[in-house]
Design a protein around this ligand. Structure first.
Ligand SMILES: Cc1cc2nc3c(=O)[nH]c(=O)nc-3n(C[C@H](O)[C@H](O)[C@H](O)COP(=O)(O)O)c2cc1C
Length: 219
């Protein structure tokens, strides 16, 4: 690892006051404490357009295709990073559209994959997803983990030569616990308040910081 490592924290949330952005701030702080230079890429704040364009679609006959200026700017930020950490709310066992579009448009053929020596090899990638599911939801939680290990860790990171990759979930991300009962109904529990609420969010902060520290070997 570089002596002055850099991390790219990719934030995918439309609200600045969201828990996701708060957790991304915690992740950034933890990285800085460990001496990382942090590039925070807030996709919504930077008006990233997630829709695929002709300029950014792969040309299978030309792996040196020159992509759009915005895509190239993002590619430079990826290349500059030793560690890439997307922080996102889990939507439908996956990433929100803005983050999916970032992968689709920016992680292009010839840049992220399609070379005998992958350009992104040696980087680390931690996908940190916040989920409304309860920690003890034994149906959804293993299924979400398996789905995202397949599509994100293997389907994106490893496919692009990033072997050191992981998906971690921060669950119970809603102040009101949510489960699905045996009839398929959503059961929304009592909203937390006061000290219980404060302790709950402090625990999420702690877990986020621990995931980063463990993944990057900071502890
Ligand atoms: C469109 C949509 C899909 C969601 N899908 C899931 C899901 O598959 N699994 C899960 O645990 N939570 C799911 N949730 C709950 C969000 O993950 C949760 O609200 C979010 O992480 C809370 O963080 P925030 O306040 O930063 O948005 C979903 C929420 C929305 C709006």
């Amino acid at each position: 690892m570089n002596e002055n490592p850099t991390a790219l924290v990719v934030v995918a949330h439309h609200r600045r006051d969201s828990l996701t952005v708060h957790i991304a701030d915690q992740v950034t702080a933890r990285l800085k404490e460990a001496g990382y230079a942090v590039d925070v890429l807030d996709l919504h704040a930077e008006d990233f357009d997630p829709l695929m364009t002709v300029a950014d679609q792969p040309d299978w006959d030309d792996r040196d295709k020159v992509y759009s200026e915005p895509a190239q700017a993002h590619q430079r930020r990826i290349l500059a990073a030793d560690a890439i950490i997307p922080v996102f709310p889990i939507y439908w066992f996956s990433v929100p559209a803005v983050l999916k579009g970032w992968i689709d448009r920016v992680w292009g053929y010839g840049f992220a994959y399609g070379r005998s020596k992958p350009r992104l090899a040696g980087k680390k990638m931690l996908w940190l997803g916040l989920g409304g599911a309860a920690d003890d939801d034994d149906e959804s939680v293993p299924a979400m983990q398996e789905a995202m290990d397949t599509t994100l860790r293997d389907g994106v990171s490893r496919y692009c030569g990033i072997d050191e990759a992981a998906v971690e979930m921060l669950l119970n991300a809603e102040a009101q616990p949510q489960t699905i009962d045996e009839h398929g109904n959503l059961v929304v529990g009592e909203a937390m308040s006061g000290e219980a609420r404060r302790a709950h969010y402090a625990e999420l902060d702690r877990r986020a910081r621990d995931h980063v520290a463990k993944f990057l070997g900071l502890v």
